[in-house]
Design a protein around this ligand. Structure first.
Ligand code: FO1
Length: 341
């Protein structure tokens, strides 16, 4: 820990898509001098029309680079869908996943570089050069590992479909019996990921989907272990406010793994890194601190009883100022814990 007068120098955040990216804008504003590394979820990645699409990496890149579509939260601002319409005119499937014309340029560059043998981490670094995101964006792994969801399929029978088909085509309306990261066993953390976690002054879990974003990153062998080892405080921000997900369909994902859609339940699911309960034995969780919204204040004591420090703060990212306050609260909770250590 080499704290500058203004706080931590090295911050590492695990991030998914839209909620995580929005939080990162506040984190940058709250710690402008810090070096921020973002470990991005790649379980959502998919081959579409021969192009490799990395939705969560692109959402972070576009959001921090100022190119995101504000109303969609994904894809580009000022977007057109001429190619998508032309593909549909040819009757080419899938038509349920729309690639914008500007967005396609990103996927063309990525696909060309991957075909030339560059690892996804090098591709991501190259793409981010244009966007000047202000952070170092690392994929969780350079290997292919994609989230699939086991559903009762409309055509009958139970089968695994790609996360994007479940999320976009079916709007997560099909009951998810299991959510599986296909390829996880052969995946390893991308270059720099373990170091970014173990050499951080603070590790942050933004309010991303705890199952298909944060949970997916934790399934890459070695990443959860790094979180248990790092000397940095690990602080999470609840994605559940007032018993409901702030956006997206985290409730459909949480019920798939038998976790209640509640701020305290998600903290218990992540688990305490160091339990304060003497009889608790060795904790194998990842959290030292947890931010919950004022609407869930009654959950604070149960979270603390798990051995996780808990602060109650407004957690709705209504604007940059609100998000910056959330990030500052996470950083001050971390510095408080470091002083205790
Ligand atoms: N989400 C949709 O609901 N409909 C789409 O057609 C769609 C296309 C799309 C294209 C590129 C991209 O990066 C994201 C896209 N998304 C779309 C969002 C995507 O499903 C989500 O951003 C993540 O996978 C979940 O966080």
């Amino acid at each position: 820990m080499h704290p500058t007068s203004m706080g931590p120098r090295r911050i590492t955040a695990l991030a998914g898509g839209i909620g995580g990216a929005r939080f990162l804008r506040g984190l940058i504003a709250a710690a402008p001098e810090a070096d921020i590394t973002v470990i991005g979820n790649t379980g959502d990645d998919i081959w579409i029309h021969g192009l490799r699409v990395c939705p969560d990496l692109d959402t972070v890149m576009y959001t921090l680079g100022g190119g995101i579509s504000q109303e969609r939260g994904w894809g580009r601002e000022d977007e057109t869908f001429t190619v998508k319409d032309e593909l549909a005119a040819y009757g080419v499937e899938p038509t349920w996943f729309g690639l914008g014309d500007r967005d396609i340029a990103t996927h063309l560059v990525r696909t060309q570089m991957l075909n030339a043998g560059y690892p996804l981490s090098a591709v991501t670094e190259a793409l981010c050069t244009r966007w000047e995101t202000g952070v170092r964006l690392l994929p969780m792994t350079d290997e292919r590992a994609e989230t699939h969801v086991v559903v009762d399929h409309p055509d009958g029978g139970r089968r695994a479909i790609h996360f994007q088909e479940w999320w976009v085509r079916y709007q997560a309306s099909l009951t998810a019996h299991a959510i599986v990261l296909v390829g996880a066993d052969d995946a390893k953390p991308a270059p720099g990921v373990v170091e970014a976690i173990e050499q951080a002054d603070v590790v942050i879990l933004p309010p991303s989907n705890p199952v298909v974003s944060i949970g997916t990153i934790l399934q890459v062998p070695g990443i959860r272990e790094s979180l248990s080892r790092t000397p940095a405080p690990v602080i999470g921000v609840s994605p559940i406010v007032g018993g409901r997900p702030v956006r997206g369909m985290a409730d459909a994902c949480l019920s798939a793994i038998g976790v209640d859609t509640a701020a305290g339940a998600v903290a218990a699911h992540y688990g305490a890194r160091r339990t304060l309960i003497p009889a608790g034995g060795a904790a194998d969780g990842i959290l030292d601190g947890w931010l919950i919204d004022t609407a869930d204040a009654e959950a604070a004591s149960a979270v603390r009883a798990l051995g996780i420090a808990c602060e109650v703060r407004p957690l709705l990212m209504t604007d940059l100022e609100a998000t910056t306050a959330m990030a500052s609260a996470a950083l001050s909770l971390a510095s408080g814990l470091r002083q205790q250590a």
